[in-house]
Design a protein around this ligand. Structure first.
Ligand SMILES: Nc1ncnc2c1ncn2[C@@H]1O[C@H](COP(=O)(O)OP(=O)(O)OP(=O)(O)O)[C@@H](O)[C@H]1O
Ligand SMILES: [Mg+2]
Length: 137
């Protein structure tokens, strides 16, 4: 079965989170910039001219579609890498995913999520592959 992890965290943590994920063999992902707030409803900023409220704060949203069995390890990795301990560190949501289709080949489900040297292949004793950024990607 397949899940989607949607992690919302501080922008300045993006690189360290990405590196930590590559280390455990998470390869496919996408990132968007979002603005929002959690339970504190934003922050109060004060200056010489008074104070004002910023209610929508910038964060990054990292999305990963992956097999069920890799969810806990991935959540742990993101939480450790993204944490500062201060309020506003973010949240991780997990959703069920019905299906995945690789457009180029028509592969579906788990087959469409398999990458050379990824977390599943590492679990089976395969060698880690350095992530190479390609123009076609
Ligand atoms: N319930 C929610 N639904 C969707 N997005 C949310 C929700 N709560 C928070 N977010 C997003 O997560 C970001 C970070 O939230 P935040 O870390 O402040 O959550 P929190 O629950 O208030 O935790 P903390 O007490 O650590 O601040 C927000 O800026 C927003 O983009
Ligand atoms: Mg908050």
């Amino acid at each position: 079965m397949t899940k989607k992890i949607e992690a919302i965290f501080r922008e300045e943590k993006l690189n360290v989170v990405k590196e930590a994920l590559y280390e455990i063999g998470i390869i496919g992902m996408n990132v968007t910039e979002v603005r929002g707030h959690g339970r504190q409803g934003g922050i109060e900023l004060s200056g010489r001219t008074g104070s004002y409220r910023v209610d929508l704060l910038p964060r990054v949203q990292l999305n990963i579609i992956l097999s069920d069995r890799n969810v806990e390890k991935t959540i742990e990795t993101i939480q450790q890498a993204a944490q500062t301990g201060s309020i506003g560190d973010g949240l991780i949501f997990v959703y069920p995913v019905d299906d995945v289709i690789r457009i180029r080949t028509g592969e579906r489900g788990h087959d469409a999520l398999t990458y050379e040297g990824d977390i599943d292949m590492l679990a089976e004793g395969g060698a880690k592959v350095e992530v190479q950024m390609q123009a076609t990607d």
